[in-house]
Design a protein. Structure first.
Length: 233
């Protein structure tokens, strides 16, 4: 059973700054609540009650929000003193994790994923890392993920905004073997470039597809959409 999760909340949110400029992107107000609120509820609903929030840009805004923690989960804010990259932020936050497997969520993405199903698939393949994948009609904004018949990831394609193509994308939800991840990574790095891609070459990275609700608030149009959608949450 997954008991601990890391939420990545240290980015600058450059693409959204014209709409939300005074808070880090995961704290952007969505239906009158910070976006992080919905991620925490999602984790709690699936039995995850220890959450480490990896912060950086305007970390104090996030820390101040959780000073009086009103959630059931234990919430730890872990600030990067210098930018460590997406992978480095995860690795630094893992010092607060006791579990052998840790769930990781992007702080600007909500993906309605069954975390227990992810873990079951990871164990079935004896994988060291597993990505939740989502089929979308236009993968150009994200880059496409290709898998074989065994759900082993065989390649990542670059973003190509000039060509609209349907396909699987990385949904921003990962399950990682903590010991393996720490052992095979430096202190500062991109999880996409310096961890996922090398694991693909070794046929060690797997994906599992979910077709449930997915939204990334990184651009204005989807931020506004989330404000409508989340009024029913």
């Amino acid at each position: 059973m997954i008991t601990e999760a890391i939420i990545l909340a240290g980015g600058f949110g450059t693409r959204l700054q014209k709409v939300v400029s005074d808070v880090p992107k995961p704290m952007a107000p969505v239906a009158d609540k910070p976006f992080l609120h919905y991620l925490i509820l999602q984790l709690q609903q699936q039995g995850i009650f220890k959450i480490i929030i990896s912060t950086g840009y305007k970390a104090e805004v996030i820390a101040n929000y959780f000073v009086n923690n009103k959630y059931q989960a234990e919430i730890i804010c872990c600030k990067e003193e210098e930018p460590l990259g997406t992978g480095g932020g995860i690795k630094y936050a893992m010092q607060f994790c006791n579990s052998s497997e840790v769930l990781v969520l992007n702080g600007d993405t909500y993906f309605d994923v069954n975390f227990a199903a992810m873990q079951k698939t990871m164990h079935a393949h004896q994988a060291k890392a597993l990505l939740a994948l989502r089929f979308v009609e236009n993968a150009s904004r994200y880059g496409q993920v290709l898998v074989n018949e065994d759900n082993c990831i065989i390649s990542f394609s670059e973003k190509n905004t000039e060509q609209q193509i349907a396909g699987l994308i990385n949904g921003g939800t990962y399950l990682l073997n903590k010991e393996y991840f720490i052992k095979h990574t430096p202190e500062k790095f991109s999880i996409e470039t310096n961890f996922f891609e090398p694991q693909v070459k070794q046929a060690c990275l797997f994906g599992t597809q979910f077709d449930n609700y997915f939204i990334d608030i990184g651009i204005a149009v989807d931020y506004y959409k989330a404000n409508e959608d989340f009024r029913t949450f």
